[in-house]
Design a protein around this ligand. Sequence first.
Ligand code: URA
Ligand code: CA
Length: 433
Amino acid sequence: MRTVDLIEKKRNGGQLTQQEIEWLIKGYTNDQIPDYQMSAFMMAVYFQDMTDEEITAMTLAMAHSGEVIDLSSIDGIKVDKHSTGGVGDTTTLILAPLVASVGVPVAKMSGRGLGYTGGTLDKLEAIPGFKIEVPEAEFIRLVNENQVAVIGQSGNLAPADKKLYALRDVTATVSSIPLIASSIMSKKIAAGADAIVLDVTTGEGAFMKNPEDARRLAKTMVRIGKLAKRQTMAVISDMSQPLGEAIGNSLEVVEAIETLQGNGPADLIEMCYVLGSQMVVLANKADSLEEARQLLEEALQSGRAFEKFKTMIASQGGDVSYIEAPEKLLTAQYEIPVLAKESGVVTKLVANELGIAAMMLGAGRRTKDDAIDYAVGLKLHKKIGDHVEAGEALVTIYSNTSNVAEVTALIEQNIEIGATVVEPPLIHEMITE
Ligand code: URA
Ligand code: CA
């Protein structure tokens, strides 16, 4: 086989065979195919698309390009949850202990944030002592003992995706549905879950800016999951405004603690119940979504979910005194309010731009080697549809520098106040096939 022939075939709109796709992925992972040829191939896919058969072949080839985790020594049906990315998306910190506290084993490998999107690992590392590097045997022991562990992805999980993602990032080929679907699903399959709940976000803060693209991505991933024999469903959720009220690592840990104590923002807790109910049903711990939701509400209200969170933090080396006194996590030197200039109703809170504002303060990375300041970020006091009076605080900036003029200007440009607004739905659609 010659790489140039495969590029030409895709460029002309042809369909590659499973053997051709496996050969390409293997050759690229082993450094036998150079970046410039793979770039040309990715651009051809970007314009010509792929069939379901091609996407499935590519996903499986990427999943098997490195280690495939075997979770069979953990009892029960292992359900993973994955979000396609958001701003202030604190759900994993809450969902992992919440569903574990009703008996669903959660063996979760999470990622870091990049650009305006946050990552669960960075948030967990805001808790002093918390270890995200855990050997596989220890990871399995923790899940068998506590029903929950959240760790960093092993270095050799889907190495083809690691190389391809870095290449796509610099060749303007990230936002292609077959490439995103294969990237996400290859990691989920390699991470060993039996069933997968996908949170496909849409809106300004998401890869998929409109619900039609999000639906296509969701349907594609659900089909791949089924072809790979993993029960898979997707929730299409709104990311036009940030989820919850906190954006930033320590701020989101505090938000997770408050939510697990029953005092969370309404949209965040609802999102956790919606995704969590799907996980509980897929794990066969309830016969219906209604029954699953009741189990989760009971676990949250009784304090069992919060106890599970403390167990999870302690067993991965985290200092639980910070969970019991979360104000100790909020060490930013300055807390600076952004005030409303007029009275009215909040009509816009542009998620990605607010994510960028948090990143500029140091809460996120511009490039993957940037250091993070866990203490900084934003706290939103108003969400879309809320009434505000002129002079009231819209947002508090948590900063370690007093010069926040640029960040303030960006926030002001991305919050609109008007007369009336139709509030965006939290959930657009559920996709089960
Ligand atoms: N997340 C991923 O893991 N891969 C993509 O391509 C996009 C989002
Ligand atoms: Ca949040």
